[in-house]
Design a protein around this ligand. Structure first.
Ligand SMILES: C[C@](O)(CO)[C@H](O)COP(=O)(O)OP(=O)(O)OC[C@H]1O[C@@H](n2ccc(N)nc2=O)[C@H](O)[C@@H]1O
Ligand SMILES: Nc1ncnc2c1ncn2[C@@H]1O[C@H](COP(=O)(O)OP(=O)(O)OP(=O)(O)O)[C@@H](O)[C@H]1O
Length: 283
């Protein structure tokens, strides 16, 4: 195997995201939904490790047992990058998962984005961020924002992105023990699909909600319970299509204090909101 400048053993970050609000504006002909949302990153996430291979083979050497290797978004992202660029190299990829799956925190999308950015560098292909975002969009609607690495106002299915400078509070994020299927919520007949578009300024002034909340809460009563529990302490909201709910807190200490009271069996963490992804500094 050639001696690469980065036979990297250091972890590449794949941060979680929050949707600070999520409006469903309409349905496209292909069944996907046009949205308005705001993405912010968290200083909490998965860690990915890459060792380039000279023989062109792409393998996941460690990762979530319940996702078959060939379906893992890191493996799919590596193959997509290889065919888009004609790269001859391969990679061993190990994933340390921390982001709850089906949690509305974008874990799979973030892993895919980190794979694109890391292998672009390690394989020395030199694709631009725009090219990586285009490849990423085919893997998942949330991948482009993770590739670009800036908190953003998003429209379309999440591909039209405008960087936003947001407050960076500490969040308490609570995930009840259910995995919500994004496809199920978007295909629900009862999903409201006609929110009036708002402006980023209106969002910054306090407007906005999560249009998927009622559908997810009706179908997954534990998400309703988690929201009701967190709303005792402030204006909590759901991220994405759930299952995670979050509350901005004035300090890390205050968030930790609330976390101590989270009911048993619910996953939770405290993390700072970030307007720049930790991946951004490596891209
Ligand atoms: C809800 C969000 O997390 C908000 O950030 C994303 O829009 C979802 O992004 P994602 O998990 O990357 O979703 P994808 O894997 O692209 O889509 C899963 C399924 O959800 C539905 N879907 C997704 C996104 C979207 N804007 N409209 C949709 O109707 C589609 O049926 C799709 O088959
Ligand atoms: N590396 C991966 N990490 C997490 N999920 C993956 C991965 N690869 C494939 N998947 C699949 O993607 C599905 C969605 O996972 P993910 O954690 O991204 O959900 P999510 O947080 O609800 O995403 P979003 O907020 O984008 O809707 C999982 O149920 C799993 O089947």
């Amino acid at each position: 195997m050639p001696n690469f400048p980065f036979t990297t053993e250091f972890p590449w970050p794949a941060p979680a995201k929050l949707n600070l609000f999520l409006h469903v504006i309409g349905r496209r002909a292909d069944g996907y939904h046009n949205l308005q949302t705001v993405f912010q990153f968290l200083d909490f996430g998965d860690s990915l490790f890459f060792v380039p291979r000279g023989d062109g083979v792409i393998r996941r050497t460690d990762g979530p047992a319940d996702i078959p290797e060939d379906q893992d978004l890191v493996v799919r992202a590596a193959h997509a990058l290889k065919s888009a660029s004609g790269a001859g190299l391969g990679a061993d990829i190990a994933v340390t998962k921390r982001i709850p799956m089906g949690g509305g925190l974008g874990g799979g999308s973030s892993d895919a984005a980190t794979t694109l950015v890391a292998l672009n560098r390690l394989w020395n292909i030199g694709l631009t961020i725009d090219e990586l975002a285009t490849i990423g969009l085919k893997l998942g609607a949330d991948v482009p924002v993770f590739v670009r690495g800036l908190a953003a106002w998003a429209e379309g299915v999440g591909e039209h992105l405008r960087p936003l400078n947001l407050p960076e509070p500490y969040y308490l994020v609570v995930t009840p023990p259910v995995a919500v299927s994004t496809g199920e919520i978007f295909s629900a007949p009862e999903l409201p699909r006609a929110s009036e578009p708002i402006t980023a300024e209106a969002f910054l002034g306090g407007e906005g909600q999560n249009d998927c909340e009622a559908v997810t809460c009706a179908r997954y009563p534990l998400v309703r319970e988690a929201l009701d529990w967190l709303r005792q302490f402030g204006p909590a909201r759901m991220s994405g299509t759930g299952a995670s709910v979050f509350l901005a807190c004035p300090s890390r200490a205050e968030a930790r204090g609330l976390q101590d009271q989270v009911p048993k069996g619910w996953h939770s963490f405290v993390a700072a909101g970030l307007n720049q992804s930790p991946l951004g500094t490596l891209a």
